[in-house]
Design a protein around this ligand. Structure first.
Ligand code: AMP
Ligand code: MG
Length: 410
């Protein structure tokens, strides 16, 4: 009965209590995508590093009164001007190059005519100081903190880290996640199941979910439903930060995982949550004398249950271990396109199609035959969050819709 089961929120609180960011490490930029900074990133340069030409053209003094100017020098990007610009003079300059001493503005080449190699004519009155020049340090200064600890490193952050000379930022490493499917009935996708067998669909699904969560996958294959096989594979999983088991945690005769975990010294934090699908979820902590710890999830074997439990419970933990918030999928307020009835008294997460149309989110459940229906799940791009208290939802009613992410990988 739901009344005796842990609520989703209570389960999340218990998981969060065990979720501290991993110890920082240095990583080269080309291995930092998707990680988070563990310390502020401070610039060792002014940006721009010099007064910089913003156009190809001629550097001149402010409000140059003359139209015909003597070209005294040329400075390209990467070059350094050597001659001071005085009244009646101009230095040919390219975008990005340092503006010479004496010059205060750049006249774009489009507003000039070259009379000969050493004389240029301005076709309009000369601009005031600052025109087409970016001052040294205008964007940021040396010593300034440019990105805060915790910032997620994507393309723009990588670019600014390169600009400020942080070539090996201090980052929170991606957690390692070992994935172990369990079951005597499982064969692999390329095999033809014999009588009583099914293909291992949770393996590929959980591998993908780990990768999409920007964690590092340690695939452990399949353990059979006996203590020896489980003990051997679970022991291998102890090297990871997180171990995700699929199957073997419900009440069946062959659901041996909780017992084997207990035998290995993994401390149970909770077993069973008032959530549908996903009730048999198991969570525990494996503390070793060395100080190492592995957080262990036993996900229900039914594929949609495992999927929902991963999204709801594993994902926030992985985000926190990686130095981010203890946060799950983005949630939008969506209008139901049709009436929905929920059976039972557990908080329900229903596979749905959500779309942003005419300025608001609308959602409708996909045709779905329960926790083994992967065809239904594959047609969904959202999970409707339906609280336990309300059995019926009218069309037009607003509910939370968790948006399943587009494909991203590391
Ligand atoms: P269990 O939690 O081990 O009792 O499994 C519950 C249901 O999920 C059973 O019908 C299993 O056959 C199925 N199942 C378990 N593991 C997998 C898997 N890796 N891939 C697909 N289905 C599975
Ligand atoms: Mg099983």
């Amino acid at each position: 009965m739901a009344g005796e089961l842990l609520t989703v929120d209570d389960a999340l609180r218990l998981i969060e209590q065990h979720a501290a960011p991993l110890s920082p490490a240095r990583a080269p930029l080309d291995q930092s995508l998707g990680l988070r900074l563990a310390a502020d990133a401070v610039s060792d340069v002014d940006s721009p590093p010099h007064d910089k030409a913003m156009m190809d053209g001629y550097a001149v003094v402010a409000d140059e009164p003359q139209r015909e100017l003597r070209v005294i020098d040329e400075v390209l990007a990467g070059g350094v001007p050597t001659n001071t610009v005085s009244l009646g003079e101009a230095t040919r300059i390219m975008t990005g190059a340092p503006v010479p001493v004496g010059a205060a503005a750049v006249v774009p080449v489009e507003l000039t005519e070259l009379i000969n190699e050493s004389t240029v004519r301005l076709t309009r009155p000369a601009p005031p100081a600052g025109k087409h020049v970016m001052r040294r340090g205008e964007v940021f200064a040396r010593g300034e903190s440019i990105l805060p600890a915790g910032a997620l490193i994507t393309a723009a952050q990588l670019a600014v880290l390169a600009e400020i000379g942080v070539a090996t930022p201090s980052v929170t490493p991606a957690p390692t996640v070992a994935v172990l499917a369990t079951g005597d009935e499982l064969v692999e996708a390329h095999e033809v199941p014999a009588a009583g067998q099914i293909r291992n669909s949770n393996g590929p699904m959980l591998h993908a979910l780990v990768t999409q969560a920007a964690a590092r996958l340690v695939p452990l294959g399949v353990a059979r439903d006996n203590a020896d096989s489980l003990t051997e594979r679970i022991t291998a999983g102890g090297a990871a930060d997180v171990l995700v088991l699929s199957g073997g945690v419900s009440a069946g005769k062959r659901d041996l995982a909780p017992g084997v975990l207990a035998g290995l010294g993994v401390e149970q934090v909770f077993h069973k949550v008032a959530v549908k699908p996903g009730k048999p979820l198991w969570f525990g902590v494996w503390r070793r004398p060395s100080g190492r710890q592995t957080l262990v999830f036993g996900l229900p074997g039914n594929p949609v249950s495992g999927f929902v439990c991963f999204q709801l419970f594993v994902r926030p933990l992985l985000s926190r271990l990686a130095g981010g918030p203890f946060g799950g999928l983005p949630c939008v307020d969506a209008e139901l396109a049709e009436q929905v009835t929920v059976k039972g008294d557990r908080r329900t997460f229903l596979p749905a199609q959500a779309a942003y149309e005419n300025g608001r989110w609308a959602a409708r459940p996909v045709a779905w035959r329960g926790s083994a229906d992967l065809k239904g799940l594959a047609a969904a791009n959202a999970l409707l969050d339906l609280p336990a208290q309300e059995p019926a939802y009218a069309a037009g009613q607003r509910v939370g819709a968790l948006l399943l992410e587009p494909v991203v990988g590391r």
